[in-house]
Design a protein around this ligand. Sequence first.
Ligand SMILES: Nc1ncnc2c1ncn2[C@@H]1O[C@H](COP(=O)(O)OP(=O)(O)OP(=O)(O)O)[C@@H](O)[C@H]1O
Ligand SMILES: [Mg+2]
Length: 349
Amino acid sequence: MRILHLEDDLKDAELIREILLLEGMACDIVRVDTQTAFVDALEGGDFQLIFCDYSLPAFDGISALKIAMEKSPDTPFIFISGKMGEDRAIETLKHGATDYILKDNLTRLVPAVNRALRELSEKMERRQADEQLKESEKKLRRLSSELLAAQEKERRRIAGELHDTVASSLSAIRFSIEKILGQKDQNEQTRGELRDLISKVQLANEETRRIMADLRPAVDDLGIVPAINWFCREYEKTYSHMHVEKQIDIAEDDLSDSLKTAIFRISQEALNNIAKHSGASLVNLRLQKGKSRIELTVRDNGQGFNLDTSRRGLGLSTMRERTELSGGSFDLESAIGEGTFVRASWPLA
Ligand SMILES: Nc1ncnc2c1ncn2[C@@H]1O[C@H](COP(=O)(O)OP(=O)(O)OP(=O)(O)O)[C@@H](O)[C@H]1O
Ligand SMILES: [Mg+2]
């Protein structure tokens, strides 16, 4: 164990070395008695402990403590001093000293050293655990973001597959039926059945396109503003008892592609939750570029819910996740009978 000892009295330093030796503490003690030597030693050496006399001819203990706190904040710092009133002793602890020992009561030295070393090792363990926690949180965030990206990619892939297989087969079937219908040799009944088939194929085609549009964020083709307008239009068609009020005040260039996707998906989930859970008649959606932030808010006049006790689904946590992973912050306000308010905002780049 390496100890740095700031002490002008050779005899005292020797006594302390002997006490430690007697207790079986093998240590390498570097004694210094000036500020320059103290600073040099701190900068150069790897010490596990610092002992310090309170008053020295050309230097003082509190200044030494301040220097040590700055240069080597984790190293336990123990005052070993001849004269030190209680006020002073408390003062040293306030400044960050680990302990203080009076020279006429050196029996406390070894227990104090042991305690300081134990506390240090506990502190290091805690720090390491904290770092590991931070590291795994970072990993988790990266995984979440990869997961969301993979999910978007997979959705696009399925939409593409649907387009190239089901949708194109349905078009081909429709074309063939129309061709048969164009021939003159069917009776009225067959014609009627064929027309019926055409409208069924047409329905299947529309359903497929709706699913494709759901899978593939419309922002890809349209841009964010038309995509939200389109989604709200379709939404009002499906949930005809609801009206969506929009205030969109943003330009396409204000947003990166990934932020557009995030905003679109968050709006989608907020509106879907309103349809599923709120019983609202009015929704207000705002997307605005302010002075320092881009802000998306969705408010409904529905029944609201209790944030502490409600079921936890994937929707709310994914909205928060998407917002935070794209550098924004997410808030949710709701109360029974008061409607729900979702707010996601991002600092301007
Ligand atoms: N606008 C809203 N109005 C009333 N209750 C809501 C609203 N949004 C969310 N909730 C409540 O919060 C709960 C959690 O929402 P969340 O979107 O996380 O899950 P979910 O919609 O139930 O399921 P999913 O995982 O499919 O989204 C809902 O079950 C509902 O009780
Ligand atoms: Mg939901």
